[in-house]
Design a protein around this ligand. Structure first.
Ligand code: UDP
Ligand code: MN
Length: 415
């Protein structure tokens, strides 16, 4: 087909018009044939030459009458008609019937036909791998520990659950490596798909990058670039960096804010997958300074939220009494607000301007209007599935001599 296009190219047309390479130019053999042997032509040759090469006719015939022109037209039409009716082979007919256009511009590859002499019974035994073979393969791959057929059935019936998008702000301190490793190990045990978005402030540290690389889970290591002077709560901005990322890339899953220093049970993550729009559960909070445990979160009747635990006086005025690690929501709310009948399409973000302890409620108020849009997760309201531990603050005083340069694990100099 390429050759067809080549011959139709304007370049070649032009060269013919210029007459340099024309088959009918004075130098061409065909022209020589007709011009040289004018006097020795056979009657047939003379006739053909007379019809097609007007300029080589003897002078007396040069001024053609209209009859002769009509005759030439008729001859051309007749020849074309004969060619059109000629029974060429099938390939040519296919081309004439419009396949020319398709085969010229598409890159479709037709599979080669290979004759297969196997019977239907042969094919059935070949195409379907036997269940025992699959069990052996699964054991070899480490998917199964024993050649147990019920386990195999579980592997074959596996349907991936909803993706979990776990967002963790983090920063350099003595226990950072331990926290990241602990949370990473838990996430590794959660059934995939799990995406861990870890966000650092202003630069991505090599140490965090290495921990993430070696964890063996799906992750994204993001950096929040912000001028430190306009930042009240760094974690808020780091979470917003993750929200922007989810929104920009339209990541689909259940978003959960998991601070690096909290502790989480595996069943929490499984329960999250049941949420449709927004789900919440009570969180145990260990307030070290007050030497007591506080419960924050919903009171439920089944999956319906009918009230809130309101233990802290300073936070009584909150609309929703939920901890940062006590809720999860569908990521599509961030980038497809119409689907969830959100009244505005303003970006959903955490606010750094609100009073301490009001970050959660002001954030949740952007996602839901009231309790009717909130789901209590299946196990959530009757069990504590994660703890918020106020174990340390920024700028702790470490024993003399401890070094916390850019390293995540503390270095204690020998005496
Ligand atoms: N965080 C951070 N940079 C900071 C302070 C906190 O990335 O300057 C992170 C921290 O690693 C944790 C989350 O933000 O994942 C919450 O911080 P913190 O545990 O100090 O807050 P609290 O538990 O007291 O609410
Ligand atoms: Mn904390």
């Amino acid at each position: 087909m390429a050759s067809i296009r080549r011959t139709l190219s304007p370049y070649n047309d032009r060269s013919y018009q210029n007459g340099l390479n024309s088959p009918f130019s004075p130098q061409s053999p065909s022209q020589k044939l007709f011009s040289q042997g004018r006097t020795t032509f056979s009657p047939v040759r003379r006739f053909v030459a007379g019809v097609f090469f007007r300029k080589h006719q003897p002078r007396k015939n040069f001024q053609l009458s209209w009859k002769k022109s009509l005759f030439r037209c008729f001859m051309c039409f007749f020849l074309g008609f004969l060619l059109g009716m000629a029974p060429f082979n099938n390939d040519f007919n296919e081309l004439r019937q419009g396949d020319l256009r398709n085969s010229d511009f598409s890159f479709e590859m037709k599979p080669e036909v290979v004759s297969d002499k196997r019977t239907a019974a042969d094919l059935a035994s070949v195409e379907k791998p036997k269940e025992d073979d699959l069990v052996v393969a699964a054991v070899e791959l480490g998917v199964l520990e024993r050649t147990d057929k019920t386990d195999m059935k579980k592997v074959l019936d596996f349907v991936p659950g909803k993706q979990l998008i776990v967002v963790s702000p983090t920063y350099n301190r003595a226990t950072q490596a331990y926290y990241l490793n602990r949370l990473g190990q838990v996430l590794r045990l959660v059934k995939p798909p799990v995406l861990w978005i870890v966000v650092e402030m202003n630069e991505a540290s090599m140490e965090t990058a290495e921990i993430l690389r070696n964890m063996g889970i799906m992750y994204r290591h993001l950096v929040c670039v912000k001028n430190n002077t306009d930042v009240k709560d760094r974690g808020v901005h780091q979470r917003n960096t993750a929200l922007e990322h989810i929104e920009r890339h339209k990541l689909d899953g259940m978003v959960y804010f998991a601070d690096d220093d909290n502790i989480y049970s595996l069943e929490l993550f499984e329960n999250m997958r049941e949420i449709s729009r927004f789900g919440t559960w009570p969180v145990g909070m260990l307030a070290q300074s007050k030497n007591k445990v506080i419960l924050e979160g919903p009171v439920c009747n089944g999956s319906r939220v009918i009230g809130w635990h309101t233990n802290e006086k300073s936070k009584r005025l909150r609309r929703f009494h939920v901890d940062m690690s006590g809720f999860a929501f569908n990521s599509t709310i961030l980038w497809d607000p119409k689907r969830w009948h959100r009244p505005t399409s303003d970006p959903i973000r955490q606010l750094d301007t609100v009073k301490e302890g009001f970050q959660e409620t002001t954030f949740i108020e952007q996602i839901v209007e009231d309790e009717s849009q909130i789901e209590g997760i299946p196990l959530g309201c009757s069990r504590i599935m994660n703890w918020h531990l106020h174990l340390e603050a920024r700028g702790l005083a470490y024993p003399k001599g401890w070094m916390l340069p850019k390293n995540l694990a503390v270095v204690i100099p020998s005496k």
